[in-house]
Design a protein. Structure first.
Length: 192
């Protein structure tokens, strides 16, 4: 509304201070509401094989973004889903990432091959950043055989976003879905 953030953003675009307007969301409901309220140029949204194959998460956003003409920037593109019980959590992170170069490439290539996806943002780890850059340089559209490999891998993976999607679908606020994640802070640690 008047005096709001979008008014300032639109004014900045009119003044030539910015060209593209986009947003980031972690729930389908938030992304759909935003895409239906304003003609955004881009949407950053989690797009990866685990979420698409386990709960269909991302499909509606990809379709609506395509319909609205918004480009999609895939986030969480190399996610392997939740940390399974009994598996050592090798990183202090709220979801598990692909670690091996071949698996990472396959996961990244899957995300980048989805219709409307124009780029991806990698994980927050320097070693995975370097592997993701190597995977991007080796990009090839995902093959049917690799899609089937990922579909099988997803059978043993848990969705990172199911709890959040369920909470929002029931009219609630997702809150601290992963209270041990760096986004929520660890007990006894301070984040700046």
């Amino acid at each position: 509304g008047p005096g709001g953030a979008m008014e300032a953003i639109l004014k900045a675009r009119e003044e030539g201070k910015l060209r593209w307007i986009g947003f980031s969301a972690h729930t389908t409901k938030a992304a759909v509401l935003a895409l239906n309220r304003f003609p955004f140029d881009t949407v950053m949204f989690p797009i990866n094989y685990v979420e698409l194959f386990t709960i269909g998460f991302g499909r509606e956003v990809l379709e609506l973004a395509q319909e609205k003409g918004a480009a999609v920037v895939a986030i969480k593109a190399i996610s392997r889903g939740t940390w399974p019980q009994g598996v050592e959590q090798t990183r202090k992170w709220w979801y598990r990432c692909e670690e091996e170069q071949g698996d990472l490439n396959r996961s990244l290539h899957f995300s980048l091959s989805q219709r409307g996806v124009v780029s991806g943002i990698c994980s927050s780890w320097l070693d995975l950043f370097e592997k993701t850059v190597a995977g991007a340089k080796a990009f090839q559209p995902i093959s049917a055989a690799d899609v089937e490999t990922l579909r099988e891998r997803a059978l043993n993976a848990g969705s990172v976003f199911k709890r959040e999607e369920d909470a929002v679908a029931m009219g609630g606020c997702p809150g601290a879905v992963y209270p041990d994640s760096p986004h929520e802070g660890y007990p006894g640690e301070t984040y700046v």
